[in-house]
Design a protein around this ligand. Structure first.
Ligand SMILES: [Zn+2]
Length: 99
C-alpha cells in the first residue's frame, strides 16, 4: 500500500515537472529576447530597443530577433540557474500549480 502510494506520488511529481517544462518552453521567448546568446547574461537592459540587442555584460551586439532565435535554438544549453530563474518567474507571474 505504502509502496503504491509512493510510486503514484513520484509519477505525479514527474508529470508536474513535464507540464512545467512544457509551459516554460512556451513562455521562454520573453526571456530569450533578454538573454545574451554569447555569454548567457539575462537582463532587460540588454534589449536597447525593439530591434537592437546589446549585452551589458560582454557588449555582444546583434539584431534582437536574431539573438532571440539563437537563444531558442540554444535552449538546452541554458544554465540551471537560468532555468530556475524562468521557473520562478513563471510561478510568480502566470503559472498555477498544474496539479
Ligand atoms: Zn553577453
Amino acid at each position: 500500500m505504502g509502496f503504491v502510494d509512493t510510486k503514484n506520488k513520484i509519477q505525479k511529481i514527474k508529470y508536474k515537472q513535464e507540464q512545467k517544462n512544457k509551459l516554460i518552453r512556451e513562455i521562454n521567448p520573453a526571456f530569450s529576447s533578454q538573454r545574451c546568446f554569447k555569454c548567457g547574461h539575462i537582463s532587460k537592459n540588454n534589449r536597447k530597443s525593439q530591434s537592437d540587442f546589446t549585452c551589458e555584460n560582454c557588449k555582444h551586439t546583434e539584431n534582437a530577433d536574431l539573438n532571440a532565435s539563437d537563444n531558442l535554438l540554444d535552449y538546452d544549453n541554458w544554465s540551471l540557474e537560468q532555468m530556475t530563474m524562468i521557473q520562478n518567474w513563471n510561478q510568480n507571474l502566470c503559472i498555477e500549480d498544474v496539479g
